[in-house]
Design a protein around this ligand. Sequence first.
Ligand code: NOJ
Length: 776
Amino acid sequence: MNGKVAYAAVFCLLAAFPMAALAQPQVVPLPRPVLPGEPPPTLPSGPLPWTDKSLPADARADLVQAYITRDEELTLVRGYFGVNYPWTAKIYPEAIRNVLPGSAGYVPGIPRLGIPALSESDASLGVANGRHMRPGDQAVALPSSLLTAATWNGGLAYAGGAMIGAEARNKGFNVMLAGGINLAREPRGGRTFEYLGEDPLLAGIMAGEAIRGTQDLDIISTIKHFAVNDQETGRMTISANLSDAAMRESDLLAFEIAVERGDPGAVMCSYNRINNVYGCENDYLLNKVLKGDWGYKGFVLSDWGAVHSTVEAANNGLDQESSFSSDRQDFFGEALAQAVAAGTIPEARLRDMVHRILRTMFVKGLIDHPIFKQPIDVKTDLNVAQRDAEEGIVLLKNAQDLLPLSLVKRPSRRITIIGGYADLGVISGSGSSQVIPIGNTPSLEILAGGAVWMGPDQTPQIPAGTIILNPPSPYAAIRGLAPWARVVHYDGSNIAKAVALARISDVVIVFAQQWTSEGWDSPDLSLPGNQDELIDAVAGANRRTVVVLQTGGPVLMPWLDKVGAVLEAWYPGNRGANAIARILFGAVNPSGRLPITFPQSESQLPRPVIPGHEQAYSRIPLEGTRSPFDIDYVEGANVGYKWFKAKKLTPLFPFGFGLSYTSFDFGGLRAAGGTTLSVSFEMRNTGKRPGKATAQVYATTPGGVARLIGWSKLDLKPGETRRVALTADPRLLATFDSGANQWRMAEGDYAVTLGESSAEVSASATAHITASTIKP
Ligand code: NOJ
């Protein structure tokens, strides 16, 4: 992202937030600060006292704070954009310009006290390098986060996080701007690919594991974007409106589970307003929920350009302004110093901000395990990306066992691959998370208003951008696995020619794409350009047509009845082509399950048209040029499949769905109640091939809709049966009582179902739950 973001329409709501109503900041009892003009205190001789690793992190931070000066404190709470662009010459001191890491952000350290700088990189899918900020620097690109969610395998999320952590250390970064977990309220969302789907338990566990993986490498990971930043359209001005109870049971529950599991060192507050108050000056979210109810001890940093005030932001919970030059003003520079001097920001609050940053640096190992640059382990890291892709690609249809191709009775002698980029690579989503992958990286320039797909470019009207393709190409990967076959590729630009090729082929594989990006949402759920028409025509000519989708999220499939098989490959990353080919030919048995509902049409969504859409595809896509507007999230906590259940709608493919080359049977369900729900059940492979089954357990509260309360993913040999036991997190059975500020479980009989998806019931039971309450 360019640090020079235009913020024409910035609306200050400060008057609506009287100081008296603010929660009291945590007070850290420390000696009085060393004020400007006073000499820095003399350091003790010998090792600095806070280097003693046996001391608790709080004590170590306190010791640093006993010697820190006010100027040094102010250094830690204000960051720079991390790239040395021509415009930074006008704003940044030369000393800073010389050390910027070529990434999203940089916060200078305090060498006098041995406190390192914070070198921040975006890292949702790998160590990002959008717009080639570090020319020539490549990193392994993991699949999209939505694909990782589709693995339903926390171990893979952890491995991906650890891979990112290792590469980050070796590239000189110690803060990963990762952990995207905004719930998919808007399946057309431009960043749906960067998030973890629509369910708070699945998203929370996967995010928590990824964060744990990264931080186990002794660096910090954020979680972001706090909160309800669930669409891109108008993201900087929108007010996301929903009740405290609904938020706690949905978007905030996802964060809460991930924070408990992953303990991220920092939380990134979001661009949008939540119930009319900006995320980065939101007392309710930052002070009350995060630092109060959840007891969070890390620090809150702002999204780039998300700060709108000094006093309100600091007092309402923001601890560090990221990239101050992306904000409308330098809010945490001189203005902060003056506010502290004037007492409008209490002295203790600044000490708390600094304490949180220092404490986190000690807890997460930044001070005890400094980073240094060295080569990354490309081979190991590519394998992590491939394993992730192999488990997250979802088989949606497989008529007459067309797949795997190696097993069909009629050998696949002539394989025709159709699709614009299948000869080049697999696509990736764009925005700040963009990784420049390992290998020869083809890229495609998309002009403003142009279609992603060649052909008549009526739709969609999307902003300009660059699609980065991840090598290797599917064409090369398929050829490698099918040496007996004649494999040809055609880009699909002429439908009649594609049809003619399909007629003479044993198998046709159509690669269809939907490119999505941070900054704008897709106008609808259709594949862009003429891809639907192409698939329809090709499948009409040859029923042995396999469609491989590379999409940011769900898409419509008007041709579904005609095609033989469909694989949802999302954005499959730096070894995505290999994973696709291995699934097509049966070297891997697909085991991905949808982390998001695929609707039959936009009319099934809570908002058939994206709010603010009339401003979304203008030729000037900058967020700041849009007028503020509200979204009332009428579905409340019923996001995704819960909405479909509440409205009795049948989706195209339900949440949790996915096929395998073998078959499974789940049964023997036993459910016990009490203060929570405990279940056990059997999972059996009834087919002829080994495969991974994902048994899902849903519980329905009295008067509520079914919620995912747990799952088990197991690798089973043919004929193998295993019994599994799960206990529900009681919050998943409760509703949030805002008046009493607690979770409340209602007494009653709770229906429990066990199934292969949110729509399939293999076994059911009921359990009696006793009334109880839980503190948040
Ligand atoms: C804006 C994005 O919303 C955020 O996710 C990212 O970390 C920052 N820019 C820094 O690039």
